[in-house]
Design a protein around this ligand. Structure first.
Ligand code: UDX
Length: 444
C-alpha cells in the first residue's frame, strides 16, 4: 500500500525523489517556498532540465499521487514520512551550510500532528541526522514520536530519473528498527538492493562514495598529465587499468577537472569534517587542489602554443559542467573564461542547453552566441569544454572552414586522434599526443 509522504525542497534531489516515489505508488506532496516554481510544477512542468522527468510528473499528477504546495501545514497533513531534500551549500570556509536543514527540521516539528519519520536525502555531515532528531523533538507542537533515517541519494544529473529506478543500492541508516523497516517497505517497489546500517555510517557512505569517485577522476587526471610529459596515451592506460576488476573501468575519463553540485562541495566538506575532529585528510585535500589546477590545463596549453592570448578570439564549446544538463555549478568553463579574459582574450561561448543559466555563473565580458558555428566563426582557437553529442558529431571541416586558425584544445578528449589526423586541425587533448602540431597553424 502506498504511504503518505511529504518531500521538502524541489531541487534536483527533492523533485526526482518525490516524482520517483509517486511513480511507485506512494502519495507524495512536494513542498517548496517558491510560489512560481510550485505553480509550474502543478502543471506538470519540471523547473529543471532532466530527461524523462516531465513525463512521469504529468502521469503521477493525473493519477492524483503527486501534489505540490507552498503551504507547509497542508503539506505535512496526514503524512507519516517527511523527506528533507533542501540544499547544503558550501560555506566560505568549505564546511556545509546546514541553515536550510535546520529550518525544515523546525518546520516539520511545528506542523506534524502524528508520529513522523524524518528522512534526510540531502548530503549532510556525519552527525547531522542526530542533530535533526534533537531539533525536531525540541520544537514539536504535538506529542508525537519522531525517528530519523539517513537515506542518501546517488543520482547523477542528466540521468537522475534513470538512476532513481536503476541505482546500484539504496542505503538506509535508521535511528530505530521500526523506521528502518518503514523505509525498506517504501523503497521495496524500486526492486534495488537495500543496504541497512546505522545513521552515521549511512551519512559517511555518501561522503566517502563521492570523495572516492572524485579521487578516481583526480588520479586519472594526474596520470594524464604525466602521460602528456612522457608521450604515453592515457586513453590506453585507463583502458588497461580498468580491465582490472579491482580498479574498474568507470570514472577513469581524464579531462579538465570535475565540476557540478556534488563533488567539489562534498570533497571540501569531508576535508573540513575531518579537520573538525582533529584528522588531516591530506589525500582528499590533494584531490581538491589538483582539481582546481586541472581546470586550467587547456588555457595553460593554449598559452604554451599561441604565446600571448591578448586580443585573440577564443571560442568555448560547451559551458555546462557536463553534457545533458544546464547546470553551471563549478563548471570548468567559469575558471577557463576568467583566466582567458584576464589574459586579454576575447571569449565567445556557446552551449546547447545552458545558455540561459550560464551568464549567472560566468565572469562579465563573455560574448554568447546561439550556435557552435557562430562561436567558431573567425576564432583563433577553440576550447572544447563540455563533451555534448552535438560537438562529438561536428565534422573536422567545420573547424577548418570557420576558424581563423583551426586550433582546438579539447578538455574532454572528445575526438579520436585518428579522425583529427585526417584533417588540418591542430589538436591538443588531455594525456594524449597532439595531432598536427608539427604543421603549426599560423595564429594571427
Ligand atoms: C555525482 C555522483 O556521480 C552522484 O552519485 C552523486 O549523487 C552526485 O554527484 P553528478 O555531479 O551529477 O553526480 O555528475 P557525474 O556524472 O558523476 O560527473 C561529475 C563530474 O566528474 C563531471 O564534471 C564530469 O565531467 C566529471 N567526470 C566524471 C570526469 O571528469 N571523468 C569521469 O570519468 C567521470
Amino acid at each position: 500500500m502506498g504511504k503518505n509522504i511529504a518531500v521538502v525542497g524541489t531541487g534536483y534531489v527533492g523533485l526526482v525523489t518525490g516524482v520517483a516515489l509517486s511513480e511507485i505508488g506512494h502519495n507524495v506532496t512536494c513542498i517548496d517556498i517558491d510560489e512560481k516554481k510550485v505553480a509550474r510544477m502543478q502543471q506538470g512542468e519540471s523547473p529543471i532540465y532532466e530527461p524523462g522527468l516531465d513525463e512521469i510528473m504529468k502521469r503521477s499528477i493525473e493519477a492524483g499521487r503527486l501534489h505540490f504546495t507552498t503551504k507547509h501545514e497542508e503539506g505535512f497533513q496526514g503524512k507519516e514520512i517527511a523527506y528533507i531534500a533542501v540544499g547544503t551549500p558550501e560555506k566560505e570556509d568549505g564546511t556545509a551550510d546546514l541553515r536550510f536543514i535546520e529550518a525544515v527540521a523546525k518546520d516539520i516539528a511545528q506542523n506534524v500532528k502524528q508520529d513522523i519519520t524524518v528522512v534526510t536525502k540531502s548530503t549532510v555531515p556525519v552527525g547531522t541526522n542526530d542533530y535533526v532528531l534533537k531539533l525536531v523533538k525540541e520544537n514539536l507542537a504535538e506529542d508525537v514520536s519522531v525517528d530519523v533515517v539517513s537515506n542518501p541519494e546517488f543520482l547523477r544529473e542528466g540521468s537522475a530519473v534513470y538512476d532513481a529506478f536503476n541505482g546500484d543500492r539504496i542505503v538506509i541508516g535508521a535511528s530505530s528498527v521500526h523506521a528502518g523497516d518503514l523505509l525498506e517497505e517504501v523503497n521495496k517497489p524500486f526492486g534495488l538492493p537495500i543496504f541497512r546500517t546505522d545513521v552515521r555510517s549511512a551519512e559517511m557512505i555518501k561522503y566517502a562514495a563521492n570523495a572516492f569517485l572524485a579521487t578516481k577522476i583526480g588520479f586519472i587526471n594526474e596520470v594524464a598529465n604525466l602521460c602528456d610529459r612522457l608521450e604515453a596515451n592515457v586513453e590506453d592506460v585507463a583502458a588497461g587499468m580498468g580491465m582490472d576488476g579491482r580498479i574498474g573501468a568507470q570514472f577513469l575519463r581524464p579531462g579538465h577537472g570535475y565540476g557540478g553540485s556534488c563533488f567539489p562541495k562534498d570533497t571540501s566538506a569531508l576535508v573540513k569534517l575531518a579537520d573538525a575532529v582533529g584528522y588531516e585528510f591530506d589525500l582528499l585535500q590533494a584531490v581538491v587542489d589538483g582539481n582546481k589546477r586541472q581546470k586550467l590545463i587547456m588555457v595553460d596549453k593554449a598559452k604554451e602554443v599561441i604565446g600571448s592570448l591578448k586580443g585573440k578570439k577564443i571560442a568555448l564549446l560547451g559551458l555546462a559542467f557536463k553534457p545533458n544538463t544546464d547546470d553551471m555549478r563549478e563548471s570548468p568553463a567559469i575558471d577557463i573564461s576568467r583566466e582567458l579574459l584576464l589574459s586579454g582574450a576575447e571569449v565567445t561561448g556557446y552551449d546547447p542547453i545552458a545558455m540561459e543559466n550560464a551568464p549567472h555563473f560566468m565572469p562579465e565580458g563573455v560574448d554568447y552566441v546561439p550556435s557552435a558555428e557562430e562561436a567558431l566563426q573567425g576564432a583563433d582557437a577553440a576550447i572544447l569544454v563540455t563533451d555534448w553529442d552535438e560537438f562529438k558529431n561536428l565534422d573536422m571541416s567545420v573547424y577548418e572552414n570557420l576558424m581563423a586558425a583551426p586550433l582546438l584544445f579539447d578538455g574532454r578528449n572528445t575526438y579520436s586522434r585518428d579522425v583529427v589526423a585526417t584533417s588540418n586541425v591542430e589538436y591538443y587533448s588531455v594525456g594524449r599526443k597532439p595531432v598536427n602540431s608539427e604543421k603549426k597553424v599560423e595564429v594571427r
